[in-house]
Design a protein around this ligand. Structure first.
Ligand code: ADP
Ligand code: MG
Length: 320
């Protein structure tokens, strides 16, 4: 549905994106994930038409849109700051693009009411000035506005980052449900690993304008292609071949320069230590995170971190 071919994007002399190629399938929820400043917004803006790449081409449904004006691309965009018109009602915000496109009043009304229903906005809320709506409602209005003209593609740039943690979680679920029920091809940008893992069909992990790995969430997490991906997507114990030898773990074909990564939830502990792959160690630190405990364990001079469910770990309270 979307193809980026050898895209380069510069701001004057600064190369923000050196050479980017990827493809998004029809109906897919595709996420660009990476740290701040890695080129996510730049890439989205090129797709939506707010800036022109200096090299390469972008296709949507087989049509080269690299130089096509914004309003012909059929890409609906939700901005990080919502970018709603603050003095207008929710209704007028959603209707804006349709008015510009000179749709009839009746047609606009039907479409706005349909969208309002979809985003759970009551007629009273629709009539309100958007400045008087909650952050979550404003965000829904921004999504409805982006969808008003029935775009082929929906792009969202960190749409949840201005909301508090609890609201972020509930809206993230709603976004997932919208997208599923519409089946609209979606390109989503976030720096939040958990958000990307929970929402996406596939994730492209970005680092300095380049893709480190593209894959399903499980692949990205369990089969990280690079150290950057492994450490960006979650916590990891990083071990050398010498560490493994000290722990008494044998790995065939390991060379001294190899690095090994073990997710903390894969390190578990218990009092009885007779089975295979069990090594005596000591709990030297613990942080409490409600459902989970975050333990530091020292084994033969090597420190490992371990996440353990509190109910399981209960018996280790006293630090053995
Ligand atoms: P992200 O969205 O991943 O945080 P951006 O795409 O906004 O990253 O930025 C990528 C890089 O391009 C950063 O180094 C940023 O400073 C730079 N950049 C972004 N916008 C501009 C601009 N208008 N002029 C010059 N440099 C920019
Ligand atoms: Mg950004």
């Amino acid at each position: 549905m979307i193809t980026f071919k050898n895209i380069e994007i510069k701001y004057d002399d600064f190369v923000a994106v050196p050479n980017l190629s990827f493809a998004v399938n029809e109906g897919e929820f595709f996420t660009l994930l990476g740290p701040s400043g890695c080129g996510k917004t730049t890439t989205l803006r090129a797709l939506a038409g707010f800036l022109k790449p200096t090299q390469g081409s972008i296709e949507i449904a087989g049509v080269d849109i690299t130089a096509m004006p914004i309003d012909e691309r059929q890409v609906g965009m939700v901005f990080q700051s919502y970018a709603l018109f603050p003095t207008m009602s929710a209704y007028d915000n959603i209707a804006f693009g349709l008015k510009i496109a000179k749709k009839s009043k009746a047609e606009i009304d039907t479409r706005v009411l349909e969208l309002a229903k979809m985003i759970d906005l009551t007629p009273e809320q629709l009539a309100k000035n958007v400045a008087n709506l909650s952050g979550g409602q404003q965000q829904r209005v921004a999504i409805a506005r982006a969808l008003a003209k029935k775009p082929k593609i929906l792009v969202m740039d960190e749409p949840l980052s201005n909301l508090d943690a609890k609201l972020r979680k509930s809206l993230r679920k709603e976004i997932k449900e919208f997208q599923k029920s519409f089946g609209i091809t979606t390109v989503y940008v976030t720096h939040d690993q958990e958000e990307a893992l929970m929402l996406s069909d596939r994730i492209a992990v970005f680092n300095k304008g380049q893709i480190e790995q593209i894959g399903r969430p499980q692949q990205i997490y369990n089969e990280s292609a690079t150290e950057f991906v492994c450490k960006f997507i979650g916590e990891a114990n990083s071990l050398t071949a010498a560490d493994l030898a000290k722990l008494g773990i044998e790995v065939s074909d390991a060379s001294a320069s190899d690095a090994f990564y073990v997710r903390p939830e894969k390190v578990s502990f218990s009092r009885t230590a007779s089975a295979v792959n069990r090594i005596a160690g000591q709990i030297v630190g613990k942080e409490f995170y409600g459902m989970y405990g975050y333990y530091q364990i020292e084994i033969a001079g090597t420190k490992l971190i371990s996440f353990q469910r509190e109910s399981k770990a209960e018996q280790h309270r006293n630090g053995e």
